[in-house]
Structure formats: structure tokens, C-alpha cells
Ligand binder design. Structure first.
Ligand SMILES: Cc1ncc(COP(=O)(O)O)c(C=O)c1O
Length: 364
């Protein structure tokens, strides 16, 4: 199917190309000068004490879970309404993902649901900052402190998102941000792990690089893997970091256009703004009546849309956990009603107008 408007379009150009060319010309492909520059840029932006690169967000989560000591049999609490990568590395380790519901207004994890599922086996909480806003972290950190639990933030979608002046991913014990092609800034694939904890930083360094403190040695004090990135990707990342203010401004403008044109349509409701968080539109998420029919109508009009997350408690791969269909009604409802509209920088004002007009014409 060819679309008049695509859901995603990476915003890359000559600046990224110049850095890629430099990497090739300089003959430096593995982590090197651009990697250092990218890490420093991410640290400046987030205020994190330490930052390490990882090959992608999924592996960054796996790396954090391994380094922080999640073990087989441990229980780890996360929202049902998230991308599978939050939970799958836990399951692969042999730990048990324990799901909780989300809040109706902003779709973030509901801190009020957490204490009820804590057991003696609970080791950690994984709040997931979704769709360009932050979870309500204060109550989560309080619960973690009270029950002596670790907090590992999935801030895959949280680049540039702050909760009460603190960047997402820097509030718990560690956190990660993804740079996949649909993220706020991208390296194609890639991620960064953030922590303010010196001891954890040392463990993360070992696990990400074959159990040794530096490359170039064949002595491995501990077990580890290869979670590294390349300088080619980081060159792209450096160019993207410089574009972030523009990306933020233009995505916000796109969101405002959608809001102005759709806010009075009775069958359309915008996902609410999170408390104590800024908003970097990652998608434009709306909740609508007759979603299935609208999806088909948009497709027929060559406008590419996306549904929101299919809750993890209903995923075939977690059937062994024994959850019921109707568990987590708020997550279920978000899936049943939720629609993502494109917000990328390739959109023209007319594209957004066309999408809004099409939705309005659907509802007559
Ligand atoms: C909430 C969340 N967690 C984790 C990931 C995994 O990141 P990556 O695609 O970089 O592996 C994603 C990616 O979309 C995500 O949205």
C-alpha cells in the first residue's frame, strides 16, 4: 500500500551524512570520537552522572537487568501497557514480569496499583515513560524506598522529557533511552543507559563489554556480552542532538495543529497531559469511538495510522503467566480506543489538515 501520509519519516539529512563520511574517511567505525561526543551530549542534556551506549533499547534493558542483578525467580513490576521489550528480557532471564494497570488520563503506570502486587520475591519496578511524557515518579520512588526495591526506568520514548526538572531515566537507579528510527532523536538503532550510581556504572561497563573494563585486553574479570554501538551510529546521533531543539519545536507545532482542528470533535479525545512533566510529542495519540472502522477508513484514504500498545497481559508469549483477558481494564480500553497519528517533521500543514478532515468526515 502506498500512503499519502506515512506514520513515520526519519528527519535525517546532510549533517548526518557529513558525520558518516567523516567516520568512513577517518577509518573509525567502532566506538570512538563520535561515541565520546554523543555520550557527552546526552549527559549534558539529561544531567546524568554516567552514560553508556547500548546497541538498542531492548538490549539496554537487558543490560540493566543483568547488571543490577535481576535473577531467575525474581518478580519485577511493570505496566501491562508498554512495548514488549520492557518485559521480554526479564522473561528471558527467567524472572517474572508482574503487570499493573495504567492511569486513564495519561496512560502512564498507575502508582496506586503497585503496592498490591509486591511480594517477598519482588526485586524491582520498571516504570515506562510513554508517548513523550513522564510517569509520576515521586510515589513510585517512595514505594520503592519503603519496600527496598530497585527502580529501572524504561525511558525509550523519553528523550527530552523531564519530571520535576529531572530527565527521565535519571530518577531511579538506572534508566535507558532508545534511539530507534521512530524515536525523538535517532541513530537508526541504538540506546543509552543512564545512572548516577558509581558502583552500578562499573558493573554496567563490565557487562556491556565482554566482562572487561576496556577493549583491547583478553583478560575478562567477569562474564559479559557485547552491547556496544558503532561510531557510524553515534555520528548520526551527534547530528541529531544538534537538531533536537528544532525537532521539539516542530513536533509541538504539529501537535498543536491537530489539537486545534480536532479538539471539538465529540468522538475524539486527546490523551491527557501528565502531571509534573513536559511533553515532547512522540505520537499524537487520540481515543476515538468506532476505532476499527476509523482505522479502515484512514487506510482506504491512504493515511497511515497506528494502534496503541496491545497490552502485555494478553500477549500470547506471556500466556504462561496466567493473566485473564479482562485484567487491567484501563490498558484494555486504551488499546480498544487508541490511535496514533503521525507527528514527524516530514509533515506539511496540508497533511495534518487532510488527516483531520478525514477523521471529521468519518464522523459526519
Ligand atoms: C517503551 C519501549 N521500551 C523499549 C523499547 C525498545 O527499544 P528499541 O526499539 O531501541 O529496542 C521501545 C521501542 O520502541 C519502547 O517503545
Amino acid at each position: 500500500m502506498s500512503y499519502k501520509v506515512f506514520q513515520l519519516e526519519p528527519y535525517v539529512g546532510q549533517e548526518e551524512l557529513a558525520n558518516l563520511t567523516k567516520s568512513i574517511n577517518d577509518g573509525w567505525l567502532t566506538e570512538g570520537p563520535f561515541s565520546k561526543k554523543f555520550i557527552e551530549g546526552v549527559k549534558d542534556m539529561t544531567g546524568a552522572k554516567h552514560a553508556l551506549l547500548a546497541a538498542n533499547g531492548t538490549l539496554a534493558l537487558y543490560l540493566m537487568y543483568l547488571a543490577i542483578g535481576i535473577e531467575p525467580g525474581d518478580e519485577v513490576i511493570c505496566p501491562s501497557f508498554t512495548f514488549n521489550a520492557t518485559a521480554s528480557p526479564l522473561a528471558i532471564i527467567g524472572a517474572k514480569p508482574v503487570f499493573v494497570d495504567i492511569k486513564e488520563d495519561d496512560l502512564q503506570i498507575d502508582p496506586e496499583m503497585i503496592e498490591a502486587v509486591i511480594t517477598p520475591k519482588t526485586k524491582a519496578i520498571v516504570p515506562v515513560h510513554i508517548y513523550g511524557q513522564s510517569c509520576d515518579m515521586d510515589p513510585i520512588m517512595e514505594i520503592a524506598k519503603k519496600h527496598n526495591l530497585l527502580v529501572i526506568e524504561d525511558a525509550a520514548q523519553g528523550f527530552g522529557v523531564f519530571y520535576k526538572e529531572k530527565h527521565t531515566g535519571t530518577i531511579g537507579h538506572c534508566g535507558m533511552i532508545s534511539f530507534f528510527a521512530d524515536k525523538t532523536i535517532t541513530c537508526g538503532e541504538g540506546a543509552v543507559v543512564l545512572t548516577n550510581d558509581d558502583e552500578l556504572f562499573e558493573k554496567l561497563k563490565l557487562v556491556r563489554n565482554q566482562g572487561r573494563p576496556n577493549s583491547g585486553t583478553f583478560i575478562h574479570p567477569s562474564l559479559g556480552m557485547n552491547f556496544r554501538m558503532t561510531d557510524l551510529q553515534c555520528g548520526v546521533g551527534v547530528a541529531q542532538l544538534a537538531k533536537f531543539p528544532e525537532i521539539k519545536e516542530r513536533k509541538t507545532k504539529n501537535f498543536e495543529l491537530y489539537h486545534a482542528w480536532l479538539k471539538d470533535v465529540p468522538q475524539v479525545k486527546f490523551v491527557g497531559l501528565s502531571k509534573d512533566s513536559n511533553f515532547i510529542p512522540f505520537r499524537v495519540n487520540i481515543r476515538v469511538e468506532r476505532l476499527e472502522e476509523l482505522l479502515q477508513f484512514m487506510e482506504d484514504n491512504q493515511l497511515q495510522t497506528r494502534r496503541l500498545f496491545y497490552p502485555l497481559h494478553k500477549q500470547p508469549c506471556y500466556s504462561y503467566l496466567g493473566y485473564q483477558e479482562n485484567d487491567f481494564p484501563v490498558a484494555n480500553k486504551a488499546y480498544d480506543e487508541g490511535l496514533s497519528l503521525p507527528v514527524h517533521l516530514g509533515l506539511k500543514r496540508e497533511d495534518i489538515e487532510l488527516i483531520c478532515d478525514t477523521i471529521i468526515s468519518f464522523y459526519g
